[in-house]
Design a protein around this ligand. Sequence first.
Ligand SMILES: Nc1ncnc2c1ncn2[C@@H]1O[C@H](COP(=O)(O)OP(=O)(O)OP(=O)(O)O)[C@@H](O)[C@H]1O
Length: 309
Amino acid sequence: MNNQIEQLLKQYEQHIIGQSMNLRLLLCALFSGGHVLLEGVPGTGKTKTVRTLAQLLGGNFNRIQFTPDLLPSDITGSMIYNLHENVFETIKGPIFTNILLADEINRTPAKTQAALLEAMEEKQVTIQGETYQLPDVFFVVATQNPIEFEGTYPLPEAQQDRFLFKLIIDFPPFDDEKNVLKQNLLKTNMKENTEPLVNLEQFIQMQQAIHEVTISDQVLDYMMRIVYETRQSERIRYGASTRAAIAIGKAARAWAFMEQRDYVTPDDVKIVAKPALRHRIHLAPHIELEGASVDYVIEELVGSIPVPR
Ligand SMILES: Nc1ncnc2c1ncn2[C@@H]1O[C@H](COP(=O)(O)OP(=O)(O)OP(=O)(O)O)[C@@H](O)[C@H]1O
């Protein structure tokens, strides 16, 4: 693995315990230029995970708590009249940051959700007719609580499709969770000062290098076959979109880069397929009734497709 990336992940894993795969996938999404939906019950370290990533990259971090009364301009910004100077001034909203935690995105109505999602897609924001570019490194992690649905506004399918990955934060294994307690209660291994390990310029250079990673025709075919089969399977009501296929390709390339390879393997594709697909497909009603999970169905589907040599 690229030495700098290896260092970064090592540090990251010292701060966020027992979430190794999720940390890698989060970094993979960031390298791919995508955004992430993060699902987990409260208190499982989601905020710390995203804040620490920003610190390790030397980037700015903002957190917006999505509430029912949040307005689009509370995210993007607004224009105010400065009485002292007799001029209008643009106040840029909290979206102008490198890493944004959109906490409980499904607690706000569709209009405000759409303002964030539009900005994610267009990498720019319009305030009173003026357009402002978002930073070159702009990464949104939107959280959702998997068990509390009352008073929520579920993200429409088309909006979910805009997220490269959906990651699920589960409780860490027993011993790892005990280490979280030690970190917090005994202050062992506690690193309050998280020094950046790379800066944003270096990060952008690495991101550009990912374009050099090649994808053979057989591997492209394999990716396409996975997405195509989501539309054929009788276990799936709605299959994945073309945007999903592109997402798998981008993420697999970033994963290969993180593994210090200049070509994508079928294994890279397998690793990123689940987080790239789980929020984009809908199970058929009879499969839902059987209680099968989306992850299980994806695993079976991917496992049934011949792997190219
Ligand atoms: N895997 C972990 N590694 C390190 N610290 C953790 C981990 N999980 C939880 N914590 C600790 O648990 C506390 C709560 O974490 P945090 O606030 O990030 O959770 P959250 O999922 O964002 O919660 P909420 O949804 O309520 O905002 C913090 O003190 C954090 O240090």
